[in-house]
Design a protein around this ligand. Structure first.
Ligand code: ADP
Length: 274
């Protein structure tokens, strides 16, 4: 079995009775370690753009009599500060979805609106790489949940599909009702023809700050937080996210989410699969 950390407290309750409290500290310790890890990771991730910004400002000072160099450094400062803003936004987003153990502000959300928003979010980048984005089967389908969180989840998946695909490929978004499910569930999948994900990485990509290739991820503005946001959104809606991939050929991420309000559902508790 597993080695447990316990705290034992004994309190006398009279001449012949004692109260013995045995508390399992393993879970508390694990949570504390995860938290400490997260803070260390955040600090480390913040250091990269902050360090670059400080070097670049020095460079600007030194190059004050060379307008062309100043312009170049200023351009790179813009890129680094955009990266910093993105990182801070994702950290805030993640802490928000982690704290919302209970689903708040849930409503019926048309899937075509979420898909349009997700595509808009990376239209520029897709165009630059001549990647075609197409959606099918989404008309008329709805989800029940927090609109902002659902948009963040789908947006991250579509953004990744574009980021981790070579030029002139296709990203396809599809949705369907899950047949035979006990509850009304909808499946949304995002399929790309990109680099794919090896079997050993497939479980780990949902961890905070985990990246298969940190250099590549940073180059595309990735923070390593996107998929952990997706995972938490799925969980807080009582849904799930899964990945299917063939290395060098592409990946499909599938979100399974409630299509309707379910009064018996407790947020955070998974649905029974059909
Ligand atoms: P990032 O900000 O780095 O994209 P994510 O949490 O969104 O962070 O993803 C974690 C890692 O999973 C990425 O760094 C990338 O290596 C891998 N990944 C995510 N989506 C895809 C995809 N569609 N195709 C290939 N690899 C992917």
């Amino acid at each position: 079995g597993e080695l447990l950390a316990v705290s034992v407290r004994v309190a006398p309750l009279g001449s012949r009775l004692v109260l013995v409290l045995v508390e399992d500290l393993t879970e508390a310790r694990r949570i504390e370690a995860v938290r400490r890890d997260f803070v260390a990771n955040v600090s480390h991730e913040l250091k990269t753009p902050v360090g670059a910004l400080s070097l670049l400002s020095e460079a600007v000072q030194d190059a004050s009599d060379d307008p062309e160099a100043v312009r170049r450094f200023a351009g790179r400062m813009l890129i680094e500060s955009a990266r910093l803003t993105n990182l801070v936004q994702e950290i805030i987003e993640l802490s928000r979805v982690q704290d919302d153990v209970r689903l708040v502000d849930a409503e019926m959300v048309p899937i075509d609106e979420l898909v349009a928003e997700a595509m808009d979010r990376c239209r520029h980048q897709a165009a630059a790489k001549q990647i075609t984005m197409a959606a099918g089967g989404i008309a008329g389908l709805q989800l029940y949940g927090n609109r902002g969180q659902l948009a963040a989840a789908l947006g991250n998946l579509v953004e990744n599909a574009v980021n981790y695909s070579p030029a002139r490929t296709r990203v396809a978004i599809a949705a369907r009702k899950v047949p035979g499910a006990k509850q009304d569930l909808v499946e949304i999948s995002v399929t790309d023809q990109g680099v794919g994900i090896s079997e050993k990485d497939r479980d780990r990509i949902f961890e905070r700050f985990y990246r298969v290739d940190p250099a590549r991820s940073r180059a595309t503005g990735g923070t390593g937080l996107g998929l952990s946001i997706v995972k938490h959104v799925a969980a807080s809606h009582g849904g799930s996210v899964a990945v299917w991939s063939v290395e060098g050929q592409g990946s499909t991420f599938t979100l399974r989410l409630p299509a309707a309000k379910n009064s018996e559902r407790t947020a955070g508790v998974g649905y029974d699969d059909p």
